[in-house]
Write a protein that binds this ligand. Structure first.
Ligand SMILES: Cc1ncc(COP(=O)(O)O)c(C=O)c1O
Length: 463
């Protein structure tokens, strides 16, 4: 796969920040892009001349940076061929993101399962399974029982919904991928929140789409900017309910006026994680053409792998047509268990929400105590704090953190063009004592960076 000079320049973002000669800053930043997974292993880099032109530097600067990467094993070169991205295979080799079981993993924003509740749901599903055993078990739109239960979930949130408006998927990520496959052609333009959920970025990019990132401010979405970007777009993908990674929630007044002029996908994966009781009605209650994506991964357990799309039946028919290219349906027993959970309104459990709010508060308190210069706005819901450091250090922190018993996802994973190097997404899906310890380790890792230490850990899988 060829990576163009302009794509590399965009990923590099403001690479000149920092000290030392330009070629060293460039090779450091390219190395972090490799470690961070943004420069894919096996991809070919642009020629020295093309990258020098795109960056506005001399060919010598790029040549020296490439030579350093070759020397340390991050690039392979052959005569008259482009340099290929690789990882070093001898010391100092990149270590796995999780060096030992005692490391605290802050790359995953997902709760542990509520064991008893899941057990009961599967016991009930097993009892109802025999009714389905006489049939083939393939349901490309999902089991009617679960589609009814999802429609009930919308009704409880104030949005009347019929069974034929629901398609069951294998999680919300699958829903996003199916919609991308159905709605996008190469070179289509997709409006995204900036920052946003990393796997959506990846899905749209791999569909050949061009991304139109619209910045989220400290208080959230800018309606005028969204409308302006959407005028030129083929699709918009927004996360209005307890946004990942910022935790922001779009206010009702804005939901009412959300007419973007292009098909609009709203990802409601976090909708049930309303910690302060402020969650408004679904966007589709105000914008009937909205295509909604939902999931029980964050409200119950990611291991269920159940999500859905709520949309016009005509669009769902197109998605069903496209689906067999990727999969032939969702496991029946898991659908039956999820129907039980939804029918019993177990995706919003007050005790679980109180516990999550206590974890959020413990994380914010630890940040205030150990990293007082970090700006950490209090999210009204969801699973993550979007923390801003005073200086750009996120990728370097993520590369060094496992040496301090911590796994992090660097801020730029949540954006395009190398943005968010000052940010870290910090999930509060762990018990308070672990979160407090994680922040202590984070403060140590940051001190080590300040003393000039560097890390070479491979990127963690972000969820
Ligand atoms: C905004 C958002 N959408 C989709 C997903 C994927 O969810 P699922 O596990 O249901 O595929 C996530 C998971 O982190 C998410 O945060």
């Amino acid at each position: 796969m060829k990576t163009s000079s302009y794509a590399v320049a965009r990923m590099l973002g403001p690479w000149r920040e920092g000290t030392g000669p330009a070629h060293q800053r460039l090779s450091d930043k390219l190395r972090l892009l490799v470690l961070d997974g943004r420069l894919t292993l096996g991809a070919s880099l642009p020629s020295e001349r093309d990258l020098a032109t795109a960056l506005g530097v001399s060919r010598t600067t790029v040549g020296t940076a490439y030579a350093a990467l070759v020397e340390h094993g991050y690039l392979a070169t052959r005569a008259r061929a482009r340099a290929i991205v690789r990882l070093p295979d001898r010391a100092p080799a990149p270590q796995p993101a999780t060096p030992d079981a005692a490391a605290i993993d802050l790359s995953v924003a997902a709760p542990a399962a509520p064991g008893e509740i899941l057990h009961a749901a599967f016991a009930s599903a097993l009892e109802r399974l025999p009714r389905h055993l006489g049939q083939h078990g393939y349901h490309r739109s999902g089991l009617p029982e679960l589609r009814e239960a999802v429609a009930g979930w919308y009704l409880r949130r104030g949005l009347a919904t019929t069974l034929d408006q629901i398609l069951v998927t294998n999680g919300a990520q699958h829903a996003i991928a199916l919609l991308a496959r159905t709605l996008l052609a190469p070179r289509d333009k997709v409006v995204i929140d900036h920052p946003t959920y990393p796997h959506a970025i990846r899905t749209f990019t791999e569909a050949g789409a061009r991304l139109l990132p619209v910045p989220l401010g400290p208080t959230g979405w800018d309606a005028a900017q969204l409308r302006a970007a959407a005028r030129d777009a083929d699709l918009a993908y927004l996360i209005p309910d307890f946004h990942n990674p910022t935790g922001l929630c779009m206010p009702t007044s804005m939901r009412r006026g959300l007419r973007l002029g292009c098909p609009t996908v709203v990802d409601e994966t976090m909708a049930d994680l309303d910690l302060d009781g402020t969650g408004p009605e679904p966007v589709a209650a105000h914008l009937p053409t909205a295509i909604s994506v939902g999931s029980v991964s964050k409200s119950v357990w990611g291991g269920l792998r159940i999500g859905w799309i709520r949309a016009a039946p005509s669009l769902l028919a197109r998605v069903v047509q496209a689906r067999p290219a990727t999969d032939l349906g969702t496991p029946v027993i898991d659908q039956l268990a999820t129907a039980t959970l939804l029918d019993q309104d177990l995706t919003r459990r007050p005790a679980a929400l109180r516990q999550l709010a206590a974890q959020r508060d413990a994380l914010l308190e630890a940040l205030a105590a150990h990293l007082p210069d970090v700006d950490a706005p209090r999210p009204a819901g969801g699973l993550t704090v979007w923390a801003a450091f005073p200086t750009p250090l996120s990728s370097r922190l993520a590369a060094i953190a496992p040496d301090h018993g911590l796994v992090l996802a660097a801020g730029p994973r949540f954006g395009v063009g190398g943005a968010f190097e000052r940010h870290l997404r910090l999930p509060y899906a762990l018990p308070p004592d672990q979160l407090t310890e994680a922040v202590r380790r984070l403060a140590h890792a940051r001190q080590a960076l300040t003393r000039g230490a560097t890390g070479s850990h491979a990127p963690a899988t972000v969820v």
